[in-house]
Design a protein around this ligand. Structure first.
Ligand code: GLP
Length: 235
């Protein structure tokens, strides 16, 4: 594991964006596994800047996102599809037809999950960007008795609902379920890049990367991946 400690969020964003840009420059038709949450916003800003300056070209890139709330369609401003359009896709030259986010409004969730995995294994993710929840979740893989391999439906932990309530008008508006890529999809990525910042994430980063590998700390499974970079800033 490559553990990089940086001074602040700006440095974190710049370093993370550099790692992603390198993948895109070396393989213009690469597949990016992307994440939502506040952590990657700065990284996406950098990628937008470099795309607008003509330094990184996303025209042949495919993206596959980690997760989506169940019941929200892509027009909903708290859906992860909306987040991705708003924070990245609308501002770079990616072909939106090549961007994939689970369909939170799918009538047959099992079929949606199966098709999502088929795409992941068919194309292969070159680099998977991840944030981390306060309970150690990656994507929406919450602490459990076991790791789930497949893309699947999850019931969100109370702590995740509380943490994500800041983006909704009221806590009651936060969906209670979601669709997430499973650990199989995440671990199948050639490279994994996890970013986290702030004092509140310090403990969980310690547990996930320097503690035992356990489904009670979902991100700890990444210790078994052979190409993981973690960028952490206490500020
Ligand atoms: C959400 C997302 C995760 C994300 C996590 C942390 O629950 N499903 O993919 O990593 O929040 O978010 P933040 O980066 O805002 O702390």
């Amino acid at each position: 594991m490559n553990f990089i400690k940086v001074e602040n969020y700006e440095q974190l964003s710049e370093q993370a964006a550099k790692i992603i840009a390198d993948v895109v420059i070396n393989k213009p038709d690469c597949v990016l596994g992307l994440a939502t949450g506040s952590s990657p916003v700065g990284t996406y800003k950098k990628l937008i800047e470099w795309n607008n300056q003509g330094k990184v070209d996303f025209s042949k890139v495919m993206s596959i996102n980690l997760d989506e709330y169940e019941g929200l369609d892509g027009e909903h401003d708290q859906s992860y599809r909306y987040f991705m359009n708003d924070n990245l896709f609308n501002h770079i030259n990616i072909d939106k037809a090549n961007t994939f986010v689970p369909n939170g409004k799918a009538t047959d969730i099992d079929a949606e999950c199966k098709a999502y995995d088929e795409r992941i294994y068919d194309v292969g993710i070159d680099i998977q960007l991840l944030g981390i929840g306060l309970d150690g979740h990656i994507g929406f893989n919450e602490p459990d008795e076991f790791f789930t391999k497949e893309t699947h439906k999850v019931v969100l932990d109370e702590s995740t609902i509380v943490a994500n309530a800041r983006f909704f008008e009221s806590i009651d508006d936060v969906p209670k379920t979601a669709i997430t890529m499973g650990m199989g999809g995440i671990m199948s990525a050639k490279k994994v890049l996890l970013i986290a910042n702030g004092q509140s994430k310090k403990d969980i980063i310690e547990k996930a990367f320097f503690g035992p590998i356990t489904p009670k700390v979902p991100a700890s499974i990444l210790q078994l991946h052979n190409d993981v970079t973690v960028i952490f800033s206490e500020k």
